[in-house]
Design a protein around this ligand. Structure first.
Ligand code: SF4
Length: 199
């Protein structure tokens, strides 16, 4: 089976380890039935095994970062993610996770200590300055998702050196300045993103 597990954009290598999410973000191409990023078709016929993911990375030092991203929430496959991250760190690569910040809510425990020493950076989607705007754009399946993202962001810097919240510019009702202020209040960095730009 020929499916895209790893794809390079600029100097980073992105890993597509699952197509599952508990969100159904309205702005996500997947929600709109599009499974492509740049020239890469990210359709997964089956979720890749650890060995295939490691094989698809090659030498992690050839990239600025290896980024768990894809068209799904990577922390839903926590054991797989941690095993691959351990391999990347052993090979002296840098690990980033692009996440919805709902891992603690989903797994019903604080998973952040598992990241310590394995994850260099977290980029957490915070697409809403309040619960109403967040729910409008992200359509969470799990109750309490917005507050869970805030708790996750508040705790994350204890375990991960670089933590950034991000929000997409131009979403209806989304106040970038307010999102940035919220991130600051939570003690993390902030990055404004543009629609359809992976990073
Ligand atoms: S969390 Fe990410 S992959 Fe999942 S629906 Fe939202 S934008 Fe798409």
């Amino acid at each position: 089976m020929n499916q895209t597990i790893a794809y390079r954009i600029n100097d980073n290598l992105y890993l597509n380890i699952t197509d599952r999410c508990t969100l159904a973000c309205k702005f996500c191409p997947k929600t709109q039935g599009i499974k492509r990023v740049h020239d890469f078709d990210l359709t997964l016929e089956q979720r890749p095994e650890i060995e295939s993911i490691i094989e698809s990375i090659g030498n992690p030092r050839e990239y600025d970062s290896i980024v768990f991203c894809g068209f799904g929430e990577p922390t839903l496959r926590l054991k797989v993610l941690l095993t691959v991250a351990r391999h990347i760190k052993k090979e002296r690569g840098k690990v980033r996770i692009n996440t919805d910040g709902l891992a603690n809510l989903f797994h019903k425990r604080n998973v952040l200590p598992d990241f310590e020493g394995l994850v260099d950076a977290l980029s957490v989607s915070l697409n809403g300055q309040n619960e109403t705007i967040y729910n409008q754009h992200c359509q969470p399946a799990l109750k309490g998702s917005f507050n869970a993202v805030l708790d996750f962001l508040r705790l994350a810097p204890r375990y991960v050196p670089e933590v950034t919240a991000s929000a997409i510019h131009g979403l209806e009702g989304l106040d970038i300045e307010a999102c940035s202020a919220l991130a600051k209040q939570l003690g993390v960095g902030f990055r404004q993103r543009n629609l359809d730009v992976v990073g």
